[in-house]
Design a protein around this ligand. Structure first.
Ligand SMILES: *Cc1c(COP(=O)(O)O)cnc(C)c1O
Length: 463
């Protein structure tokens, strides 16, 4: 064994303790850390020839790289929809690495059974029934890709084509209909050989909405003249957190032949709050569902779950068996269900957080974040020079400059706010207007944080 490896083996507890000390310092100081860093990263070092051992690596990291990391896990990083990591989920994540299980299958370990238990808990959390089976993947983009891959296989079943053998081309042109899809949907269409241009944008409701106009969707389906299609319904759009009427969309299945995929990446968490659960009414009727976990469940990157009612088709797409062994049956190993073959025990951080805080603890995070978004929205309207672009429907505040909101001026506002180190918001365009979004999804965020965000915005806006 190489000398530094042997040294580290003999002092493993001390190394883990040192890493713990650094992590503890960073995690407790997170709320006061500069939220984002835009200054340039250090130049590249040469590949170490001998290595300096775990303690050497830790010291080098702490000195050279750690100062440039963002406070994205902290309470005032409101860009994208980011979320943080609950204390228990961080503990679970560390142990995932320490145990280093390969959850491709069940071989010789209970780890796969733990993933199955976690998926069943999540299914219940989001109000899905037993018909839905699921698996962990790395994020909502992959979850959407898996859902659309199963949808593509279903189209083959309807058209008498075995897509997994003959390829997507054997289907001919595929129609994917959606009102306000996330960009990951067209990415998935590209990956799956459906093609980005096959997205059929369906009109959304009038009156500052992003939810699909269901009669318009019905017209679009009728125009297909019986050709089966894929409908992507959106439960929580990124700009204004609007929700398609999932029940009404699902009801169209009685008359039209389509696969219903629901992108509920973060909107799915509305199910945790009785006051907002109606927004995801009908989610269970979906053929496939995407929910992100590194966002509003507040587990570390990277984690999402995908659900589907047609595990048989999922196995046709993803099975990794020798052709003469045939398709796996019963409760297939995860390697037959997801794009990955070897897989990390991504379920453990989620399992830890659900055991530690339960449904009630996670509901409190969701409801507090919604209340804080409402509070920021209210106080923003009282600030001169800013205006809301849409009502605050859930956890995202979409706003812009009251006067002359050009892209240049809005970007300048975003940069000034970010350079304060106090908060980070991401630019967007909503209804053709350059805007900013403040997305609340972090378990640490408090009313005092909203005050600090307002102060930073007030200071930046007058410059
Ligand atoms: C964030 C998001 C995605 C993509 O999620 P990743 O985890 O970044 O892959 C997809 N859909 C919606 C609605 C999202 O908010």
């Amino acid at each position: 064994m190489h000398r530094t490896l042997a040294d580290d083996l003999s002092r493993l507890p001390e190394l883990l303790q040192s890493a713990r000390d650094l992590a503890a310092r960073e995690a407790t100081g997170l709320a006061e850390r500069t939220v984002v860093r835009f200054d340039e990263a250090p130049g590249r070092d040469p590949l170490p020839a001998e290595g300096s051992g775990g303690q050497g690596a830790l010291a080098r990291f702490a000195e050279r790289w750690a100062p440039g990391f963002s406070g994205s896990a902290g309470p005032r990083y409101l860009g994208f929809v980011t979320g943080g990591a609950t204390p228990a989920s961080v503990a679970g994540d560390w142990l995932t690495s320490a145990y280093d299980q390969n959850v491709s299958g069940s071989g010789g370990s209970w780890a796969a059974a733990l993933e199955r238990e976690t998926v069943v808990w999540l299914r219940e959390l989001f109000g899905l029934g037993e018909e839905h089976s699921g698996a962990f993947v790395t994020g909502a983009t992959v979850s959407n890709t898996v859902g659309l891959a199963v949808a593509r296989e279903w189209l083959g079943e309807r058209l008498g084509v075995d897509v997994s053998r003959e390829g997507a081309a054997a289907l001919g042109p595929v129609d994917v209909l959606s009102g306000s899809p996330h960009s990951s949907i067209t990415k998935a269409m590209s990956v799956l050989g459906i093609g980005r241009d096959r997205l059929r944008r369906v009109p959304v409701l009038p009156g500052n909405r992003e939810a699909v106009d269901v009669p318009a969707l019905e017209d679009a389906l009728a125009a297909l003249e019986g050709r089966p299609a894929i409908v992507v319904a959106n439960a929580g759009t990124v700009n204004t957190v609007d929700f398609d009427d999932l029940r009404a969309v699902a009801a169209l299945k009685e008359r039209y032949d389509f696969w219903l995929h629901v992108d509920a990446a973060f909107g799915g968490f509305a199910a945790l709050s009785p006051a907002y659960a109606h927004l995801v009414d009908g989610l269970d009727a979906a053929d496939s569902v995407c929910v992100d976990l590194h966002k509003w469940l507040n587990v570390p990157y990277d984690a999402a779950v995908q659900f589907t009612r047609r595990r048989d088709l999922q196995v046709r797409v993803f099975h990794n068996a020798s052709p003469y062994l045939g398709l796996p049956t019963g409760d297939p190993d995860f390697l037959h269900l997801t794009p990955e073959n070897s897989r990390r025990l991504r379920a453990l951080p989620a399992w830890f957080s659900l055991v530690a805080y339960g449904r009630a603890g996670h509901r409190e995070i969701v409801e507090r974040n919604i209340a804080l978004a409402g509070r920021l929205g209210e106080h923003l309207t009282a600030l001169d020079g800013l205006r809301l672009l849409a009502p605050v429907r859930l956890n995202v505040v979409c706003f812009t400059l009251a006067e002359n909101p050009t892209e240049e001026r809005v970007d300048a506002l975003a940069r000034t706010v970010a350079s304060s180190g106090e908060t980070f918001l991401t630019p967007t365009v909503y209804g053709g207007v350059p805007a900013l979004r403040a997305a609340f999804s972090n378990w640490r965020t408090s009313e005092a944080d909203v005050e600090r965000v307002l102060t930073a915005l007030a200071a930046a806006r007058v410059r």
